[in-house]
Design a protein around this ligand. Sequence first.
Ligand SMILES: NC(=O)c1ccc[n+]([C@@H]2O[C@H](COP(=O)([O-])OP(=O)(O)OC[C@H]3O[C@@H](n4cnc5c(N)ncnc54)[C@H](O)[C@@H]3O)[C@@H](O)[C@H]2O)c1
Length: 85
Amino acid sequence: MGINEVRERYFIVGGAGFIGSHFTDKLLEDPSTAKVTLYDNFVSGREWHYQHHQKDARFSVIRAQFASAVSLHSASGRGSSSKLP
Ligand SMILES: NC(=O)c1ccc[n+]([C@@H]2O[C@H](COP(=O)([O-])OP(=O)(O)OC[C@H]3O[C@@H](n4cnc5c(N)ncnc54)[C@H](O)[C@@H]3O)[C@@H](O)[C@H]2O)c1
């Protein structure tokens, strides 16, 4: 990676759903993507939507309920799986 190359990080609320998982597929196809974190309460999200990315070190899942931008801000520093509050 060159010194001026920017590597992007993404945080997808609802990422285990239909649209979010397709975004995830596209983003992880791109080698310039540094990190993709899915944030989902699994009300309708499904693990099989993203299972094929589990071994990608750039990929992680947070199981949590979206409540406010404040809860997202605190979760975005975690970057690993967690239980619903
Ligand atoms: N084969 C197809 O063409 C196909 C299949 C499925 C859906 N669709 C279409 O896709 C659209 C729906 O896709 P989508 O991705 O918006 O819906 P989705 O239900 O697939 O995804 C929403 C995601 O948000 C999560 N979520 C909901 N509330 C949350 C909260 N408070 N906190 C955290 N996570 C939360 C859910 O668990 C889910 O994973 C519809 O228009 C549907 O008709 C098409």
